[in-house]
Design a protein around this ligand. Structure first.
Ligand code: UDP
Length: 235
């Protein structure tokens, strides 16, 4: 059983069918899924939310100053964090949003010791604003925050993908799911888990990663209770 975990959600989890923007219905379903899984476990949960449903610096910001495009992306993650907070609180789960870029009128600034205190009090902390620095992704934020708050593991939530495969299962029907890997194997085999910067940080610090299908019923709860689900990456 884990004591404290960090869950990484892509921004797309908040988008409806279109894959773009924030769907209140989809966000409510997501919030119920997470809140239901967490209920009664006593596990402390922090969430890093991405922003790909709204803006991806490198892709959407073509022709723009790259850093500016990334700052726009970071602001997008704050919008997502607020939407997720709203939905989780409606589902009965106390939460706090903390942002890496200060905007005190809408959320608390990120202060590490305060984030830990919130979790000790049973609040889910949602980190918005990425790292507060351009040229990173929210995968690196997930890793960085997980290390800072002393999380046992980073849970990389996927949509209808139940772990890491040796090749793309959508293209190769013989693709095999890998239950257990080391960080270095992921690097050497160029397996898709998280971006290279984030992965290197996990490897350097020995932080375990689990890649799992968030929408397989019961998966998140089983994971929180310490069961083996999806692919475990450990040194
Ligand atoms: N971003 C950034 N620094 C960070 C985190 C995010 O500049 O520390 C920007 C970057 O432009 C990125 C965008 O925010 O493309 C959205 O985040 P990401 O692509 O990681 O979202 P996800 O794919 O998880 O939805």
């Amino acid at each position: 059983m884990f004591k404290r975990v960090l869950l990484k959600l892509s921004g797309e989890f908040l988008a409806g069918e279109s894959g773009f923007g924030i769907s209140p219905d989809t966000t409510a379903q997501l919030a119920h899924l997470i809140t239901g899984a967490l209920e009664g476990t006593g596990v402390e949960l922090a969430i890093v939310i991405g922003g790909g449903n709204l803006w991806r610096g490198a892709r959407n910001g073509k022709g723009m100053d790259a850093a500016t495009a990334d700052y726009i992306g970071m602001l997008g993650t704050v919008m997502n964090a607020m939407a997720l907070q709203d939905a989780m609180e409606a589902a009965g789960q106390p939460t706090r949003v903390m942002t890496a870029i200060q905007m005190a009128a809408v959320a608390e600034p990120y202060i590490r010791r305060r984030a830990i205190r919130h979790m000790e009090k049973g609040r889910v902390v949602i980190f918005g604003g990425g790292n507060g620095a351009p040229f990173f992704t929210t995968d690196t934020t997930a890793t960085l925050r997980a290390l800072e708050i002393g999380a046992d593991v980073v849970l990389m939530a996927k949509n209808k993908v139940d772990g890491v495969y040796d090749s793309d299962p959508r293209k190769n029907p013989d693709a095999r799911r890998l239950d257990r890997l080391t960080h270095i194997e992921v690097v050497e085999r160029r397996l898709e888990v998280m971006d290279a910067t984030a992965l290197t940080l996990c490897m350097d610090r020995g932080l375990p990663i689990v890649v799992f299908d968030l929408f397989e019923p019961g998966n998140l709860r089983r994971l929180l209770m310490g069961e083996r689900v999806g692919t475990l990456i450990q040194s």
